[in-house]
Design a protein around this ligand. Structure first.
Ligand SMILES: Nc1ncnc2c1ncn2[C@@H]1O[C@H](COP(=O)(O)OP(=O)(O)OP(=O)(O)O)[C@@H](O)[C@H]1O
Ligand SMILES: [Mg+2]
Length: 633
């Protein structure tokens, strides 16, 4: 278990350093905001009011100094003081109203976006999930949508307000004294250039920090989840050394980043001090010459003091805009991904079926050019049990995936009672086909909910009947909370065998005409095994069943066994017939059956997990007398 420290760089997908403005994405986002445009209008009106009230402050003080104090007008002085209080009140109330409205708008818009994403994710076909890690999908639902949210709630209006304030200040200082105004504005390019340099350099540094963080976290996660192996192999010291390396690299990057920002902050202070000095030096002379009043000089200083705030704010908003654009791009890309499997415009509801399934020369590939099923033909009459056997990777699971139309095939046809599955709606098809997976997935909720998953409107009697039919009722009753016992995704409260029985009950209650079952390979004790066998018989009775079989008992009971190898059916028949042929199946059987009959292993075919003899199944048909052993893939 060697631990590589370099491989876990943050995926390129997570990078947020792209365009800060993308009209396409803004237009798409606007569609979500449009329903709330009236609110948005209010927020903008408030923003303008706040900015005006803000800008009025220094002007009022100038009035107080130049008019009221100079002429000893106490009434005017009181009035300006009251005006100042009023402007502060307006700023306070306005800010409250504006930020509340904007977060309301942002959250409501993104509530709808999340809902749309969720709906879309449920519709996307399996091929999307085959190629996408869960973590990335979740980060789109959360991180990317949040980036957009932040931009909408605190970004849009703040940016508009910053611009508004900047323009207001420029106009005001030029109006007070245009010469002094121009002189002051001469530092703006310096500030703009410095800020730009700082931003681009720090962006790079913080990207490194994030990458390093991801490496440290990944390292930590691996060591925590693999702690048993770490201890079993006494790898603690080596792993600590490896961890030290990544941890130190992380430290160095962080120090570099903080040294940089520590160096930059004093520079902005320096520049704004320079502007102040210029104003006092030049403006002071103008006051002495009588061209400028003291009040005007004060107002100048106050306005220039407020000038740097929006500039700083704008440059920090730049990053959040980049994040929002990148987030939006990924969200919309996901929303624009069409499901690979779609209903035809002319698709009709599959009428209630009897369960006559026919595959005709079906060709299927996950990756273009690499067929995994090559010309599969089969026919299952209503009520028949078809067992699929074959080496791991032979294509068994693929057959059931295309029967449920999780993927579309490349050639041939699949019909149910004569209806081509591509002509009917996927919903009506899947509703009539029950699927029991190898690893039953339990949803968080109680046992009853998990059985009801198969038929939401089932009555309590039906739930109990289903549980009884699979011999799970007595066990459930023995639990302190009975059917109300909470289970979770991993089904920790239930044993593996019990989870299987539960998934049988779920399938049974749905009462599908066609049943698809991927038999679990894991070993359970003999009593549970018997229970499961009986439950299986109940489950399959009267339904056309496709079983990826690992149990000898299931295989023996099947009406037809299809032996798959490398995407082709190489033998077919009943257990007795196939044994008589003394071919591939005969080999599999004679090599493995005695272990099962001795009760040593439950999975005859395919991979084994629990101490059964190593699978030495031929990958291609072999002559009965000279089986060619091949390692399990
Ligand atoms: N989602 C996928 N994308 C690409 N290739 C896949 C995918 N799923 C399966 N395959 C490939 O298709 C082939 C058949 O796989 P399939 O899952 O049908 O085998 P299987 O017979 O069910 O094996 P097992 O007994 O191990 O479950 C394999 O070679 C596998 O690598
Ligand atoms: Mg499989």
């Amino acid at each position: 278990m060697s631990v590589q420290v370099t491989r876990r760089a943050a995926p390129a997908d997570d990078e947020v350093f792209g365009k800060a403005y993308d009209s396409r994405i803004v237009a798409r986002t606007w569609e979500y905001v449009r329903p709330f445009r009236l609110h948005m209008g209010w927020a903008i009106a408030l923003m303008v009011t706040i900015a005006c009230a803000n800008l009025a402050g220094p002007f009022l003080i100038k009035l107080a100094i130049d008019e009221a104090i100079a002429s000893g007008n106490v009434g005017l002085l009181t009035l300006t003081a009251l005006g100042y209080v009023l402007s502060a009140l307006i700023v306070w109330l306005g800010t409250f109203g504006q930020s509340y409205i904007m977060s309301w708008v942002g959250q409501s818009a993104l509530f709808n976006m999340r809902r749309q994403l969720f709906t879309h994710l449920q519709r996307l076909s399996f091929n999307y999930y085959d190629n996408m890690e869960t973590g990335r999908i979740i980060s789109r639902m959360t991180g990317d949508v949040n980036a957009l949210n932040e931009f909408l709630t605190s970004g849009v209006v703040a940016i508009a307000s910053d611009f508004f304030v900047l323009i207001g200040i420029v106009v005001l200082i030029l109006a007070i004294n245009w010469r002094l105004g121009l002189l002051t504005l001469s530092v703006v390019p310096v500030i703009a250039v410095a800020t730009h340099i700082y931003r681009s350099r720090s962006r790079q540094l913080y990207r490194d920090v994030r990458t390093q963080n991801a490496i440290v976290t990944g390292h930590l996660a691996e060591n925590i989840s693999g702690v048993r192996v770490v201890q079993a192999f006494a790898r603690e010291d080596v792993n600590l050394q490896n961890f030290d390396k990544v941890n130190r690299a992380n430290l160095q990057t962080l120090l570099k980043a903080s040294a940089f920002s520590s160096a930059f902050n004093p520079i902005t202070v320096l520049i704004s001090t320079l502007a102040t000095v210029l104003i006092i030096w030049y403006g002071g002379q103008k006051v002495l010459q009588g061209v400028l009043t003291v009040g005007e000089l004060y107002a100048f200083l106050a306005y220039v003091g407020r000038f740097f705030e929006p500039i700083n704010d704008l440059s920090s908003k730049y990053n959040s805009m980049q994040a929002a654009m990148a987030g939006g791009e990924r969200v919309f890309e996901l929303l624009d991904t069409p499901p690979a499997v779609q209903n035809k415009p002319s698709a009709y509801e599959l009428p209630p079926i009897r369960g006559h399934v026919v595959f005709e020369d079906v060709i299927f590939e996950y990756v273009p050019g690499r067929p995994v099923l090559r010309g599969i033909s089969l026919a299952a009459k209503p009520g028949e049990v078809v067992a699929l056997v074959g080496h791991t990777g032979a294509g068994k699971s693929s057959i059931i995936s295309i029967l449920l139309r999780f993927y579309d095939t490349k050639g041939g046809s699949i019909t149910i009672d004569g209806h081509d599955i591509r002509d009917v709606t996927t919903d009506s098809l899947r509703r009539q086909v029950g699927l029991v997976l190898q690893e039953p997935f339990l949803f968080s909720g109680n046992i009853r909910d998990n059985i009801l998953y198969g038929k939401l409107d089932a009555s309590e009697e039906e739930v109990i009947a289903a549980a009884k039919a699979v011999n799970l009722h007595d066990f459930i009753e023995s639990l302190p909370f009975g059917y109300d016992t909470e289970v979770n995704e991993r089904g920790t409260t239930l044993s593996q065998g019990q989870r299987q029985l539960l998934s049988f009950a779920r399938a049974l209650i749905a009462d599908p005409r066609i049943l698809i079952l991927d038999e679990a390979t894991s070993s359970v004790d003999t009593t549970t095994e018997k229970l499961i066998q009986k439950a299986l018989e109940t489950l399959m009775r009267g339904r056309t069943s496709f079983v990826i079989a690992h149990r000898l008992s299931t295989i023996k009971a099947a009406d037809q066994i299809l032996v798959l190898s490398q995407g082709e059916i190489i033998e077919r028949g009943t257990h007795t017939e196939l044994l008589g042929q003394e071919g591939y199946y005969y080999n599999l059987y004679s090599m493995q059956f005695r272990y099962q009959e001795l009760g040593l292993a439950h999975n005859v075919f395919g991979g084994d997990e629990d101490g059964a003899p190593p699978a030495s199944l031929p990958t291609a048909p072999a002559a009965p007398a000279t089986p060619t052993p091949a390692p399990a893939q």
